[in-house]
Ligand binder design. Structure first.
Ligand SMILES: CC(C)(COP(=O)(O)OP(=O)(O)OC[C@H]1O[C@@H](n2cnc3c(N)ncnc32)[C@H](O)[C@@H]1OP(=O)(O)O)[C@@H](O)C(=O)NCCC(=O)NCCS
Length: 480
């Protein structure tokens, strides 16, 4: 398998490898300028933004290795010009070590073929009744979609950013089905339910680096073929495989609130509230939400719903903080907790740029290690995105809040306030009477959080001795 990480770096820059040190004419380690000419500021901007984005993606790349994703995509995506890009994105994920199970839909093409052949197909309670003629069309459509997908995975990589990658896409008799049977007097004929998924064989192939492709048909031990629902198949596969992610790429685009704003992240509990209050006429949508809620409760850690109409939507959802669709998970992804020694690196990464810009006082690694017990952090998907420290003094009445920082991309969304309230509660538990802060550029933020301007003399004696007159920070105090 090609080393795709290097490849992405090269190709994303229009095949111009990013020479070390070529971004800025800064002095080299030996003290003289490398004088590599920069073409123009626009190029520099592009390079820097690429580097920043690539760095931002790094934690996800690391976390996703060896994870299992089940991805359902509706069949209309095949008709789109973007389908080859989707194939590249899948190949990219595969080369990053993600284990992939793809489940394709077939509904729209089946509908089209039935219309062309003038075959009537009945639905009851949203479920198709699959007679022999309809089943024949379903077999033809599913087979043809599968072949098209396999062909694209085999051929379309040659002249693309993923050239040189080898990907094996495997389909098989992984799904055992049974007839849905007769419900309320209606015989659903060849419409089936999933009885079992051969997860042992699927896992075996996934461990070998292959991508699994599942079609929405199942086979019974008696040799019959059944029409099954693709979304149900994806959901059940994700549960049975204990997948890390279940991803739906279709026209649903995500989950929206009543003002039609896309919800980027909701909990299963919040989704259940939507299910219980939603207009029952939207029964397809409700059924879809129920599936998602079920998968989420059955230990699939993250369920994503992504718009199929946006080129690169899969990568945008997976490798950017905000994502482009909706993420459903059992709990909110963030947690505020006391820091421990393992968090030192993450805290340094967060505060270093703020120290360099003079917003925060510089702290050495040794100091951080010694003082780590004073720190609280906001952790999001194993990344530290906020921190603050609480220092107690001998009088046991006053404490200092210091090193309050929220990562730039997460600012202005209430996290600073949440972390601050958490610390206030901790301070109250310790029976402290006052919190104080020394600040140079966040005075108004603290005023808005109940602090009043005070003087150095209002601080504990030990702090007065350590005051840095050069920094000239303003003193603010809040009574608890
Ligand atoms: C100060 C800081 C911790 C606030 O975190 P946050 O998560 O962005 O804060 P919240 O979302 O709770 O509040 C956002 C509000 O605070 C305002 N705000 C942010 N930084 C501010 C500052 N330095 N001064 C005044 N107001 C500020 C925002 O404009 C926003 O106001 P709005 O809602 O009216 O638009 C964060 O901006 C930060 O890390 N800054 C850099 C480090 C720093 O200065 N720390 C203070 C050390 S003493």
């Amino acid at each position: 398998m090609a080393n795709s990480n290097t490849k992405i770096l090269n190709d994303s820059l229009h095949n111009k490898p990013l020479a070390k040190g070529s971004l800025q004419n800064k002095p080299s380690a030996k003290g003289f300028s490398q004088n590599v000419p920069l073409t123009n500021n626009a190029d520099l901007g592009t390079y820097l933004s690429f580097v920043q984005q690539f760095r931002n993606a790094a934690p996800y790349i690391n976390a996703f290795r060896d994870q299992t994703f089940v991805i359902y995509f509706s069949d209309d995506i095949l008709a789109d010009n973007e389908f080859p890009s989707f194939v590249h994105d899948i190949t990219l994920l595969n080369s990053l070590g993600v284990k992939l199970v793809l489940v394709h839909g077939a509904r729209n093409q089946i509908e089209k073929r039935l219309n062309e052949a003038n075959i009537q197909s009945e639905f009851f309670h949203g479920l198709r009744i699959t007679d022999n003629k309809v089943m024949q069309v379903i077999k033809e459509v599913s087979g043809s979609i599968r072949i098209d997908i396999e062909a694209l995975f085999s051929t379309s990589l040659k002249y693309t950013p993923m050239a040189g990658s080898q990907i094996n896409i495997i389909s098989g008799n992984y799904v055992i089905a049974k007839p849905k049977g007769i419900i309320n007097g209606v015989d659903y004929l060849h419409t089936g339910d999933i009885r079992k998924i051969d997860t042992t064989s699927i896992k075996h192939s996934l461990n070998a680096g292959d991508v699994i492709l599942l079609s929405p048909v199942g086979y019974s031990p008696t040799g019959e073929i059944f029409n099954i629902n693709g979304e149900d198949l994806a959901t059940l596969s994700s549960i049975e495989l204990n997948a890390d992610k279940l991803i739906f790429i279709d026209d649903t685009r995500g989950i929206f609130d009543h003002e039609k704003n896309l919800l980027h992240e909701i909990t299963t509990q919040e989704l259940d509230t939507i299910i219980n209050t939603e207009d029952t006429e939207q029964s397809d949508v409700i059924r879809h939400y129920q599936r998602i809620s079920h998968a989420s409760k059955m230990a699939v850690q993250r369920v994503h719903i992504i718009d199929r109409n946006i080129d690169g939507s899969l990568l945008l959802e997976l490798f950017t903080q905000r994502g482009i669709g909706t993420l459903v998970c059992t709990d909110h992804l963030e947690d505020i907790r006391s820091a421990n020694i393992e968090d030192v690196n993450g805290i340094i990464e967060l505060i270093k740029p703020l120290e360099d810009s003079g917003l925060l006082v510089k702290r050495s690694r040794e100091r951080l290690e010694t003082e780590i017990k004073n720190f609280y952090i906001i952790e999001r998907e194993k990344q530290i995105i906020g921190c603050a420290a609480l220092y107690l003094f001998d009088n046991k009445q006053q404490a200092e809040i210091a090193c309050l920082a929220i990562a730039p991309e997460y600012q202005s969304q209430g996290r600073g306030e949440k972390l601050f309230s958490h610390i206030c509660k901790e301070a109250q538990k310790k029976n402290l009477k006052e919190l104080f802060i020394l600040t140079t550029q966040a005075t108004h933020w603290f005023i808005e959080h109940g602090f009043n301007k005070k003087t150095l003399q209002d601080l504990p004696g030990e702090k007065q001795v350590l005051y840095n007159y050069q920094r000239n920070s303003a003193v603010f105090v809040k009574e608890l």
